[in-house]
Ligand binder design. Sequence first.
Ligand SMILES: Nc1ncnc2c1ncn2[C@@H]1O[C@H](COP(=O)(O)OP(=O)(O)OP(=O)(O)O)[C@@H](O)[C@H]1O
Ligand SMILES: [Mg+2]
Length: 252
Amino acid sequence: MHKLGIDIGSRNTKIVLFDAEHGKILFSAYHATEISASRSVDILIDKMKQQLGNIEIATSCVTGYGRKLYTAADKVKSEISCHAKACHHLFPEARTVIDIGGQDSKVITLNPDGSVKDFLMNDKCAAGTGRFLEMTAIRLQCNLDQLSELAALSDSTIPLGSTCVVFAESEIIGLLAEGHSVANIARAVNMSIAKRIFAQMAPLQCEAPYVFTGGVAQSQDLALCIAKLLDKHLIIPEDPETTGALGAAILA
Ligand SMILES: Nc1ncnc2c1ncn2[C@@H]1O[C@H](COP(=O)(O)OP(=O)(O)OP(=O)(O)O)[C@@H](O)[C@H]1O
Ligand SMILES: [Mg+2]
């Protein structure tokens, strides 16, 4: 039985086709979320059909920030339940999920059976999200992969004082003008995001093992910064950006 999961995020739309019988992912892909969210989904479904042929979909489920914009799915589920479901499927021992996307960050604690124990979501401030990394990459004239590689070359710690991305951008311009290296500035940004996530986790009773998902989990250096503050290893799925869509597919 083939189940389709759709995650319409604020930045990217993701789909996953899941073979429920064998517990296998048959297809996954992402595309920038366009003004018409359903167009983004259609582009991905066409891509899937080009690759797999005219495959029969038994049932579908949509999640994400734009979930109410897509009415063709059989079910609608929250991002919290989808991330929790996928992380429990991939790593049954997981007890805490950190999801950082383009526009928000979520921390979810899980019971041993994978059900959601508690969660906190930050969708009010860009400073702990991918948006901060995107602004930094533009300022440092590199792409997001290079940003992580640069940060890994850092040789000293610069504390970032700004608690807002708009002010942080001015601060970064100032640091460049003072002659600080791009590596040290990239690390300072990662450490600043890690500290925000760490603070977001404080009210929850977070326990290991920790899973880090969302597009931002592709930054190895940021994962290391969060792991350092937690003093715990972070498990990162093979394709962290499509975790929410995988959860939607399982719940479909
Ligand atoms: N290599 C990378 N390193 C760090 N961050 C990355 C990388 N590639 C993508 N990202 C970040 O991941 C974001 C997209 O992640 P994701 O698809 O999880 O967000 P979303 O679901 O659209 O957003 P949200 O959950 O906030 O609505 C991009 O906006 C970018 O900031
Ligand atoms: Mg998301």
